[in-house]
Write a protein that binds this ligand. Sequence first.
Ligand code: NAP
Length: 253
Amino acid sequence: MTEPAIRSLVPGGGDLDDGAILELYTVADRTEQWLRVNFISSVDGAATSDGLSAGLGSAADLRVFDLLRRLCDVVVVGAGTVRAEGYGPMRLESSAVDWRRAHGLPAHPVFAIVSAGLDLDPESRIFTDAPVRPIVITVEGAPIERRKALSVVADVLIAGTSDVDPTRMLRLLAERGLAQVHCEGGPRFFADLVRGDAVDEICLTIGPALEGPGAPRIVAGATATERRPMDLAHVLESDGTLLLRYTRPHTNA
Ligand SMILES: NC(=O)c1ccc[n+]([C@@H]2O[C@H](COP(=O)([O-])OP(=O)(O)OC[C@H]3O[C@@H](n4cnc5c(N)ncnc54)[C@H](OP(=O)(O)O)[C@@H]3O)[C@@H](O)[C@H]2O)c1
């Protein structure tokens, strides 16, 4: 058996501007459905630092986090992450809005929140300050009064019986012309996406620190899933932070 080739990636090429970074994350055909997931972890696999992802990050991670929102039709987030991270409305900054308009896209992506219990405040800024009417993706068993209240401020879609089924969710989004789906977590929702074989791409930032024991991984839950190999698309580096992009094997993204 021959030895596997091992190459050094860092140090490597020169600095990338926003346009070059966006190009690296642009899919071949944006009309074809594509689910990208974005996470950060520490070197030792922690998905949080002091209960939040922010402490793991760096300016480079934030830069790519923001750039990835430019490319999508819809940003999908689990309700646990929305609550924990204190999400506001999905309103991009003006340079991103200009970029999207110049590329024939609506000014802002749609914000879609995944929840079974619907413990979401219809009077929160997520809904009252939304530049585009948000979507709440829920289940048949969701509390009816909460469903009604949220229907006033968001489009409520039913995509499962007790859990949102990723395949049904993606079909409903596709019916609305939302093919480029960008998921910002969290770990419980990601587990369902992996289980449902819905993930076309995972962008993983590795922050250069050890968090020690106790923190969750980027994927949560006890039920094992089938192993899903991924192809490495690129590795970017900034001041010790690694930005990895993996795609579903044999796609031409
Ligand atoms: N490192 C990172 O990049 C990163 C990214 C995101 C989040 N996080 C961290 O992860 C933690 C939150 O973890 P989490 O696992 O609770 O996040 P999560 O997956 O966003 O939230 C779980 C909640 O989302 C809803 N949900 C998820 N999957 C669902 C499904 N298939 N069907 C219906 N509802 C579904 C449920 O909401 P209801 O309870 O409303 O039914 C569930 O309780 C926070 O500490 C956050 O900071 C880290």
